[in-house]
Ligand binder design. Sequence first.
Ligand code: FPP
Length: 251
Amino acid sequence: MSCVDDIDIKRIPRHVAIIMDGNGRWAARRGNDRIFGHTRGVEAVRASIKAAGKIGVSYLTLYAFSTENWNRPKIEVDALMGLLVNVITAESNELLKQNVQLKIIGDRSSLPPDVCKEVDRVVEMLSVNDGLTVVMALSYSSHWEIINAVKTLAVDVKKGKINPEDISRELFDGYLSTAEIPNPELMIRTSGENRLSNFLLWQLAYAELYFTPKLWPDFSEEDFYEAICNFQHRERRFGMTSEQIKKTKLK
Ligand code: FPP
């Protein structure tokens, strides 16, 4: 029996974020190079998009390339950039059919112009859809994002557009690249590493964290459903007591 049958459709997280980790180790265990692992990781991306769309998740954020990943050997960086663009191009028609939208977050200024151009084309092409939004974090890190937000906010304060007393969590949210997107309720990381690796640090403040030893290329549709089931068995307290939460649910 699939775990999908145990999912309570009324309590699906609106936003799921994933750190897709373990491609290199997956390839090394098979005596292959790291790029082979990234290429095989694409199947797990497809499976996760399919699963998220099927159960009605609204946003699926995928950590595809971090600002720190630029420090990897040039051959791997070039291969990853090429793979990301090729996958976006090759999958665009299928994503259009699946009613998927695409949004990119990250430091655009560090991306090669041809990558930006193709990504923009597909984002525009899929903007007619109104189903699942896949948010691809490309050249992204939370430190980059928060510093960028603080700089823009500081300029607005200097211009007199914002009064420092009016700075609130909600206002700051609007300066992040995820403005307009609800914070993730669930963050999945594959490969057995228990870290956040500079990913959505502000937005994950109250997210449930789910770590699985599976390496990313092995992560399947069923694994995605298992993470959702696990999430639905947790009690989210947001700093309150268990009794308070139970009373709120009864109301
Ligand atoms: C981390 O594994 C993975 C990445 C840095 C790249 C993720 C990219 C893909 C899954 C390719 C396709 C993605 C999309 C969205 C089209 P790692 O290389 O750090 O693995 P390791 O920890 O085992 O070395």
